[in-house]
Design a binder for this molecule. Sequence first.
Ligand SMILES: [Zn+2]
Length: 276
Amino acid sequence: MRSLFLLLLSAAPVLAQQNPDFHREFPPFKIAGNLYWVGTADLSVYLINTPQGNILINSDFPEDLPLIKKNIEKLGFKYGDTKIILASHAHNDHDAAVGIMKKETGGRLMIMDADVPQTESTAQGRPGAKVDRVLHDGDTVELGGSKLTAHLTPGHTKGCTTWTMQVDEAGRKLNAVIIGSANINRGTLLVDNKNYPQIANDYVKTFKVLKSLPADLFLGAHGNYFGLKAKYDKMKSGAPNPFIDASGYKAYVEEREQNFMKEWERQKKNPGSGAP
Ligand SMILES: [Zn+2]
């Protein structure tokens, strides 16, 4: 009974996020420079195209892989050219298919240190993919002239990673920020969390990091963080690149921080009651 309870509790963060857009097709498109969206209508997969092959950030669920492959080919790229596989954080909606991707493409899987045990685990419905390179806060990943930086933004998971890179768009250098997650999943304990005692302080640290990053292109692990659909429609109508949204980024981070602070205060008064 106790183990069933623990199983349900640990599965809750993933189940709570189910949303019809997770597996819905979305047109692939160029965000800016050599950075592309090849994910579903909500689950992000970013492709960074370089002369030496491609980097993919996130895999989504195995059932999303056919869509992702189709999106990559639609843009004229080859799924088989994937050299490096990265992730936003070790939850199934972002990384359940990284092991399949590795097998199919030969790409190397690189994961933030504190998420490695979760990535490699086969417990509780986890896919269990072998990590090829363990990343630490501030490490860079380079391929064919592109350089990404892994920022540890913990709390949502212990190794939750916000990726940044500079892209060249029509002679302008743009700072892209791909937020790992600033959300508190249903059931999460911010106070007296035995599996993750420092969780609240980690969230505090994450907001400090997110606020310190220069952001021109506002992106994240889910399209709903940054308004994917509305911005895509705007872009199609010929508007100036709507993904360049420094003020939207700032407002989002502030709103998520306030949401966290409010929930933390609530739990301090009601210890043991998980996030709604
Ligand atoms: Zn998550």
